[in-house]
Design a protein around this ligand. Structure first.
Ligand SMILES: Nc1ncnc2c1ncn2[C@@H]1O[C@H](COP(=O)(O)OP(=O)(O)O)[C@@H](O)[C@H]1O
Ligand SMILES: [Mg+2]
Length: 245
């Protein structure tokens, strides 16, 4: 966006002096994020961990432009997204960000195929291209056989794999995953994390995943940040996603 070639920054997502206070000045004021400064490079797989209520969802929502900071800014490829008009923000979101939620958030009245297609409808992708891309994505992640099913006829693991495929629909720069495995059994969790890892390694997607626990996602992430007192602290870097092939 704006910077061609050489100036294209390796930093894909960043926050500068980010604060989030809910109900500021009101009776239910909660100061959740206090001066968070984060820098995520293209192609990283970052784990954000911390106990329930520490602000993981709040931060992911700010990173993905689903919510507005109280103070400070969020930069996507060096461009400030906090403060954009709703229209521009939703365009940026739909093109550049893929979300995976804790409770899957598939639309119950749409089939798997239609759920995966929906972000492309919003992004104005022509019908033929949409169909092709949905077919490719479902095939690639072994979900073709589920294309005509409604979400109510899927297991939790299947629902979350469909949600992960949906996050890729518009070929985003960044995939934000908010506790994507907290409602899955062990086997489904590993499958889902394997998918995210593949998106990261093979498609170069930058992945930011929030979790209550450092495991199992910690084994897939190349970098681990922990919430401490409203800020973020870096843990020793591991090698998982930065491993050369
Ligand atoms: N919309 C909201 N209004 C008021 N308080 C909120 C809101 N969303 C979250 N909170 C509070 O902010 C804190 C952080 O919440 P959250 O970001 O959901 O944490 P986590 O995802 O780490 O569990 C919690 O104390 C929560 O109660
Ligand atoms: Mg949360």
């Amino acid at each position: 966006m704006g910077w061609g070639g050489l100036r294209m920054s390796a930093e894909v997502l960043a926050t500068r002096g980010l604060w989030k206070t809910y109900d500021p000045g009101g009776p239910f004021e909660v100061e959740v994020l206090t001066d968070v400064n984060l820098s995520v490079k293209r192609g990283e797989f970052v784990l954000l961990s911390g106990p329930s209520g520490c602000g993981k969802t709040t931060l992911l929502n700010l990173l993905g432009g689903l919510d507005e900071p109280t103070r400070g800014e969020v930069l996507l490829e060096g461009v400030r997204i906090s403060g954009l008009s709703q229209g521009r923000l939703s365009r940026v979101r739909s093109r550049s960000i893929g979300f995976i939620f804790q409770h899957f958030n598939l639309l119950p009245s749409l089939t798997v195929r239609e759920n995966v297609e929906l972000p492309m409808v919003y992004a104005g992708v022509p019908r033929g291209d949409r169909g092709r891309r949905v077919g490719d994505l479902l095939g690639r992640f072994d979900l073709s056989g589920l294309g005509d099913r409604l979400p109510s006829r899927l297991s939790g693991g299947q629902m979350q794999r469909v949600a992960a495929v949906r996050a890729l629909a518009n070929d985003p720069l960044v995939v934000l995953a908010d506790e994507p495995t907290s409602n899955l059994d062990e086997e489904s969790s590993e499958m889902l994390l394997g998918m995210l890892s593949e998106m990261n390694r093979e498609d170069g997607k930058t992945v930011v995943l929030a979790s209550n626990y450092p495991e199992p996602a910690g084994r897939y992430a190349g970098r681990h940040l922990v919430f401490r007192l409203g800020g973020l602290e870096e843990l020793g870097e591991e090698s998982a996603s930065s491993e050369e092939e």
